[in-house]
Design a protein around this ligand. Sequence first.
Ligand code: AMP
Length: 309
Amino acid sequence: MSILCVGSVALDSVETPFGNADRVIGGSAVYFAAAATVFNPVQMVGVIGDDYPVDDLDFLSDRGADLAGIERASGDSFFWAGRYHYDLNTRDTLDTQLGVFADFEPKIPEQFRDARFVFLGNIDPALQHDVLDQVASPEVVACDTMNFWIEGARELLIELLGRVRILMVNDEEVRQLADEANLLKAARWVQEQGPEIVVVKKGEHGAILFGEDWIFYVPGYPLEEVFDPTGAGDSFAGGFMGHLARSGEVTPATLRRAMVYGSALGSFACERFSVERLKDLDTNDVLERVEEFRRLTAFETHLTAEQHV
Ligand code: AMP
C-alpha cells in the first residue's frame, strides 16, 4: 500500500569530523522515500528549483517511488547546511534557505488523493495542513517537525496535531514543543493535543514509543563507524511507516516491529554521506539487521526464584 509523503527535497552541505559533503541531495522527503521504498511504494510531494540534480532521484523511481507530486519551479532549491560536533549527537544548523519552498502550494495529483498512509515530513506546518486538506480519507497520518517550525509556526503546528495519529520527533523537539523537561510528561502533553502515538527519537540511543497505556523502547544499532547522521530521523520514519503500510494495520505488534525497522533504517543512513548507503540497500540487508536487533535485546525471563538471586 503506497505511502503519500510530503517534505523537503533539499540540497545539503554537511560538515562532520570525518569529512564534508557539499550540496548533496537530502531533505526529509528524500530520506523518507529512500528508506520506505526498501519495503513499499511511496508517492512523493515536494518542490525543486532549477538547480536540482534531478537525475540523482532516479534511484527512487527505480525502487517504486512515484515522483508525480514533485514540482519543478524556477528559483533555488531548499538548501540546508549543518555542522556536527565531535560526538555526532549534536549539530548546529549553519544555514536554512527555503528557496522555492517559500511559495510552494502543494497540488496533490489525483491518483495520490486516496492515500490511506500519509507521512508529513519536516516542512512548514502550513504546507502539512494543505496536503492533508487534499487527501480524501487518510487513516494513518504521521508527522515530523523541528525546532525551526516549533519556534516559527507553533500555533499551526499544535492545530496540526489534532489531525495526526503519530507524531515522530526527537527528544529535544518534544521537550521544546511541550515546554516540559520530562519525556514521559512531554509525550502525554502531545497526546492530549491529538496523536495517539508519540515516537521520540534519541539519536544513537534509540527511540521510545508512547502508546495510550504502553511504552516500547528500541535501542540504536551500535555502529562501528558513524559517518553522517543527517537524515537518520527521516530514514527512521521511512522504515517505521514502510513496515506499517506493508502490514496494512496499526496494532501494538506492528508498531513494535515498525520501531525496529525504523531504527535499522536510521542506522544505515548514518553509514555514508547523503543517501549513498540507502541507495544500495536491499530487503536482505534490512532483515539481517533486524535479526541483530532481536539478538541485541532478547533475554530469558523464565528463571526460578532461586536463579534470580
Ligand atoms: P534529520 O537529520 O532526519 O533531522 O533530517 C535532516 C534533513 O532535514 C536534511 O536533509 C535537511 O535538508 C532537512 N531540513 C533541515 N532543516 C529543515 C527545515 N527547516 N525544513 C525542512 N527540512 C529541513
